[in-house]
Design a protein around this ligand. Sequence first.
Ligand code: HEC
Length: 125
Amino acid sequence: MKKYILCIAMMGLGLKGFSQDVNKGKGVYTKTCIACHQATGAGIPGAFPPLAKSDYLNADVNRAIKQVIKGSNAPITVNGKKYTTAMPPQALSDQQIADVLTYVYANWGNTKKVVTVAMVKAQRK
Ligand code: HEC
């Protein structure tokens, strides 16, 4: 019986290791994204698009994951405004990308989408 409980506890820990963490995501955001997208996700008009209530972000989670992995330099339209500044690819681990995007989706009027490590892995291919 004791072994059984220990086994379940270990499985719990194992699963925790694979899930996304909003607090860690905030840390990644503060280090990596804040300079451009700003503390409230509002961006900077004309240069950096908003992540707060972003129609572009909320419309397609896989596209948002790819955006962080690969960056982009093609013009994109966010909330009706065109942005032509390039975003460089972000050198982050799958875990860090899952954490930071889960944090972004959880805040600022976004859809509360949860981004898992598996979802990030799938977009690396
Ligand atoms: C050097 C500035 C810079 C950094 C750092 C940066 N971005 Fe961006 N981001 C941009 C720009 C510029 C665009 C628009 C790119 C374009 O026009 O093709 C963009 C677009 C986006 C988009 C899609 C458009 C939108 O507003 O919904 C997402 C999502 C995004 N960034 C997330 C992030 C996340 C998450 C991080 C941190 C891991 C990050 N970015 C770091 C500049 C940056």
